[in-house]
Design a protein around this ligand. Structure first.
Ligand code: PMP
Ligand code: GLN
Length: 387
């Protein structure tokens, strides 16, 4: 059998979570909370079920939920998306990404991707017959504490064969965020090239240190040819529900729905009713950054007392740390060793590179997820202090 994806194995998140379970390690690898969502949200799901919302909801999502999404996006970013024709509820950000890529990328089209990147992007592009064009970020060095995107390099990668540019801010795994200057740079790229944007904003509500999320949806010029994606999993501590959404102009949404209707048709009804109700209150998503900032600070301070060297995290629920004072193993081997020998599972950052095993993809940095109870973080730090 000739594989369509010969270079793809099992996703690193599954590999590390399985290893963590086998080893009974503390799992700071795969990104998910180890605590429950708001009990009020859970009650709303039970109520939706008892009220009879147990059959197929509309293909693009229930209208009440799409209206709440439209109103939130308008309030936060000033954008106007028509809930009926421009917003689609999807099976997580994952399906929104996959449906969008399958809808627009043709065989031979180039898709510009910034490295490191979330592990779904390349296989999704390749399944569509597209050609990923990878633009590396600049790694942190003596003068720059965090990763940076060089927009000139991004601009240079865009040519006549480019179908779209993929973006992901707040960024998994580096934790960097968009600034207004980044939006300006993007605007000039879009003005020059007219390139379509696919903006994965799964962590839109997790931005630290008083900064605000610079969504693509804030700029009309960018939003006019963009698909903006988010995930309720990250926002409401419900990664297992697999619900997200995408916002895009009508002509783009129509194409995305042609694919969405034949991947999953729609997503679970009771959760959609519950989310539509729960979203009316902005406090949970407005408070999320503070909630996670305290956890970031806790893990950062804890790691700073170990031989790991934490890097700044400006958004998401991830923090990177260098381990070169401990080992010179490649990152995947180090992550495995740490899980087996010290009972803490992490994600090798090299998994977010096109060639995970190449020396240039291995900077001796691993990713920690801090979407965990304080007691979990404290126990992990106690173990890491012994490394
Ligand atoms: N994009 C990024 C950058 C992510 O980190 C994740 C998952 N954590 C996803 C997409 C997928 O989101 P979902 O679980 O909603 O499918
Ligand atoms: N996005 C999550 C992470 O980066 C994982 C989601 C998944 O396992 N599919 O850890």
């Amino acid at each position: 059998l000739e594989s369509k994806l010969p270079n793809v194995g099992t996703t690193i998140f599954t590999v590390m979570s399985q290893l963590a379970t086998e080893q009974q390690a503390i799992n700071l690898g795969q990104g998910f909370p180890d605590f429950n969502p708001d009990p009020r949200l859970l009650d709303m799901v039970s109520k939706a079920m008892a009220d009879g919302h147990n059959q197929y909801p509309p293909m693009p999502g229930i209208v009440a939920l799409r209206e709440e999404i439209a109103s939130k996006v308008h309030k936060l970013y000033g954008a106007n998306y028509d809930p009926l024709t421009e917003i689609t509820v999807t099976s997580g950000a994952t399906e929104a990404l996959m449906a969008t890529i399958q809808a627009f990328v043709r065989a031979g089209d180039e898709v510009v991707v910034i490295e490191p990147f979330y592990d779904l992007y390349l296989p999704a592009i390749e399944l569509a017959g597209g050609i990923p064009v990878v633009v590396p970020m600049q790694a942190p060095d003596a003068t720059h504490a965090t990763y940076r995107v060089d927009w000139q390099r991004v601009r240079a990668a865009i040519g006549p064969a480019t179908r779209m540019l993929m973006l992901n801010f707040p960024h998994n795994p580096t934790g960097i965020v968009m600034t207004e200057a980044d939006l300006d740079a993007l605007e000039s790229i879009v003005q020059d090239t007219g390139v379509m944007l696919l903006s994965d904003e799964a962590y839109e509500h997790i931005v630290f240190d008083g900064n605000i999320h610079q969504s693509i949806a804030r700029r009309e010029l960018l939003a006019a040819n963009a698909v903006v994606i988010s995930s309720f999993g990250k926002t409401y501590h419900t990664t297992g529900w697999k619900i997200g959404y995408c916002c895009a102009p009508q002509a783009l949404t129509a194409e995305i729905r042609k694919v969405h209707q034949f991947i999953v048709f729609t997503v679970p009804s009771p959760m959609q009713y519950a989310l539509a109700h729960y979203m009316q209150d902005p406090k949970p998503y407005l408070g999320l950054s503070d909630f996670y900032q305290a956890k970031r600070d806790r893990l950062h301070a804890g790691l700073a007392k170990t031989r790991f060297q934490p890097l700044p995290s400006l958004g998401t629920f991830f923090l990177l740390a260098r381990y070169d004072a401990i080992s010179d193993l490649p990152e995947a081997d180090f992550a495995r060793w740490l899980t087996l020998e010290h009972g803490v599972a992490v994600i090798p950052v090299s998994a977010f590179y096109r060639q995970p095993d190449a020396p240039e993809s291995n900077h001796r940095i691993v990713r920690f997820c801090f979407a965990k109870q304080d007691s979990t973080l404290d126990e992990a730090v106690a173990r890491l202090a012994r490394v």
